[in-house]
Design a protein around this ligand. Structure first.
Ligand code: PRP
Ligand code: URA
Length: 206
């Protein structure tokens, strides 16, 4: 299942990101801000637990987050979403999954993984700006499941319908959050209209 997060600020900032005239600095800043805005919706149904505290005025029965949160950026481009979400949830822990997509076969290849200890008890949020064929996202979800994760969400900025379908069929238990659902993939596996190669645009590598 997927949820399209619609908000005028997200649409405006994403338009800046899509624009070929936008340079590295502004691309990065808009990505950071879109990720932060999406975090509000991605975390809307997080479980709470009751706690008893004392305010400066009186005892108070209230609530706090019931589970730890682990953010999992898929390297490289997922790194561009970390700050924006961390600003909203400063206590979260960050895992890293290194994947690159072979330019010919479009198959994902793993080159790095590192997780905090309590992944099985946590809400896991995998972030990657682009969901194209879905191969990278499916591999990342497989990897966190192998570590014991059960409560998993996936957040992408721009997706192709092909990628959404692939993730939904491989991992029907994972909710996908999107800022935009684009038209299709081209013959090189790029999202159309998309925003180009996100990793290159974040890090200025092309
Ligand atoms: C891009 C993107 C996703 C993947 C999406 O990464 O950030 O991880 O492609 O494509 P898929 O849905 O077809 O798997 P890329 O492999 O270019 O690596 P990079 O972030 O290091 O540039
Ligand atoms: N990866 C990207 O960075 N962009 C696309 O359009 C597809 C995959």
């Amino acid at each position: 299942m997927y949820k399209l997060i619609e908000h005028p600020l997200i649409t405006h900032k994403l338009t800046q990101m899509r624009n070929v005239e936008t340079g590295t600095k502004d691309f990065r800043q808009n990505l950071d801000e879109v990720a932060g805005l999406m975090a509000y919706e991605i975390t809307r149904d997080l479980p709470l637990k009751p706690v008893h505290i004392t305010t400066p005025v009186a005892p108070c029965d209230t609530y706090e987050l019931a589970k730890p949160i682990i953010l999992v950026p898929i390297l490289r481009a997922g790194l561009g979403m970390v700050n924006g979400i961390c600003n909203l949830i400063p206590t979260l822990k960050v895992a890293h999954i290194g994947l690159y997509r072979d330019e010919e076969t479009l198959q994902p290849h793993t080159y790095f993984e590192k997780y905090p200890k309590n992944i099985a008890d946590a809400t896991v949020i995998i972030v990657d700006p682009m969901l194209a064929t879905g191969g990278s996202a499916i591999a990342a979800i497989d990897m966190v499941k192998k570590q014991g994760a059960t409560d998993i969400r996936l957040a992408n900025i721009v997706a192709a319908p092909e990628g959404v379908k692939a993730v939904e069929s491989a991992h029907p238990d994972v909710m996908i959050y999107l800022a935009a659902l684009d038209d299709h993939l081209n013959e090189h596996g790029y999202i159309v209209p998309g925003l180009g190669d996100c990793g290159d645009r974040i890090f200025g590598t092309k």
